[in-house]
Write a new protein. Sequence first.
Length: 644
Amino acid sequence: MSDKDVALFSYALFRYAENRMSETQTTDIFAGLNEPQIESVKATEGPVLILAGAGSGKTKCLTHRLAYIIDENKAKLDEILLITFTNKSSQEMAKRVMKILGLPLAEFEKNPAFAMRRYLPWVGTFHSICVRILREQAENIGLSKNFTIFDTDDTLSIIKGILKDKNLDPKMYSPQAIKSIISNNKNELMSADKYEQYVQGHFQQIALEVFREYEKQLKKLSALDFDDLIGITVKMLEENPEIQQKYWEKFKYVMIDEYQDTNHAQYRLTLALTNKQTKNLCVVGDDFQSIYGWRGANLHNILHFNRDFPTVQTIKLEQNYRSTKTILKGASQIMDKVKKKSDKKIWTDNAEGVPITIFEAHNAYAEADFLATETRTLQSMEHSWNGFAVLYRTNAQSRVIEEIFLTEGIPYRLVGALRFYERKEIKDMLAYLRFLLNPDDTHSLSRIINTPPRGIGPKTFAAGGEKVNAFLETMEEIRGKMAGNPPQVALEAVIKATKYQLFVDDGTEEGEGRWENVEELINLSAEFEQMPDFLEHVALVSDVDNFDGTADAVTMMSLHASKGLEFNTVFLTGMEEGLFPHMRSLDDEAQMDEERRLCYVGMTRAMKRLYMTYARQRIIHGGLTNTLPSRFIYEIDKSLIDRV
């Protein structure tokens, strides 16, 4: 921690002690908890596995557990590590903990990121926690403290550049496929040299060559990609006992959320951060909701947790507070055919509820018409749109549904569409800031050197000269103003020096919208005191982090993106063989099991009403195809179904 951080944290501890002394701030840690939840909260010592079924209150359990540890003086605020998978989840947990402990919620509401750094500095995602550790230890492992974090677009851009330099056709050697190979290897903690042992065939040989060159370029640019953040942290901890010991002493308690979604690298990180003497590790998850096998998540991490920690205390949260009995029965019947799973039994005291509605449409347009009609009818009774969700197996399915909803004037929000941080004007501004922070980041420099246009094309850039030098001098002047100032100062200096507003706002409605996006970025930057914190925040934001549950609109999103959310009414669309379950799972038992778990996740997002729709004909790969209803529909007892 810097001196400023220490001062802030001391102030936070003072305020916390002051609040706890006030009678008006006292909170019953166990208020509203059932017996298994209370047991989970009190089970603080040694390894603990909490198997938390859908809608069983795992977030409440985790936050009350953290608060209990603090309240019992077992650890201080900065001695507990709580890792989640999304920023949204981290913020939700931090907010709840602050409320329980009587910490000033007004500060959180005003500036969540700042409040978390002040009061709960080690509550965050896998990536954000690793960034913080790497920043602290950078000098000890030969890493620049101001390293740049490359996102997916940056990675693809570099891979395309490598292919071009090697005169390789990107149509023959897909940059996306090569990126996946590199990412998969890094998630398994395999270097290019290690991957060489497994290379088979010409394409993989090319991927290996690109992998090696990609690593060289990252090092030259003082940059890390998302996978490096975890992989390099694991390597550092496992190879440097003195550094590892520091974090063992620092974190008296480690808690991991959504443990069923951890890949090999995240699993190794969990073990590396857990003190081998105390073994105070608590993992929370639900094997029924393990749906990310395609990106490396390993279900065995949670199912075989007892192999790593034989003395583990296992607690099951089996009471569902979200869905009706009918919805839970139907979802459980889908899971009955999965062999590799825990033996927990989900139940609820909620009402039986209405039957699950099954609708057969002639084609995709008729299916979308039905969704629009039902949504409008139900909305007229509930007087809001945000209680509805349309879920689909593939994002391509949303196009027809969007067309119909637009025609019918039904408001909707699309999760997973073009994200705010993917817009050109935003990426331009962030590239300026990344280069200002890290002068070695010539990748960002290549994006901004002629944006806005200043007569510096590729040849001029390569040759240097007056124009290039003038630009670099301007950047150096702005860099000089950055010291001790928040990122907002640098951002506004860049806009002024480059006349960027004139560049994006051309007087049209679209131009005005682009400038409004830049202004929104300026507003966001004002919430941060340090440039690295700001850039880390925007680099690690995910689609679901942008989800606004208060917006009065129907939510459209993929089934994968829906995990962790809940809605009064859920429409599961495209329930057809080959679509859901997906074609690639039809001859693979492990993948079919994952499709079942995905269906279970989708069904248990519904609180009151669940619809499952399918089309008899659908255009697939450009051709009209006759389809068959999904096997999942037939696996639900007829007594639970109402066919429309």
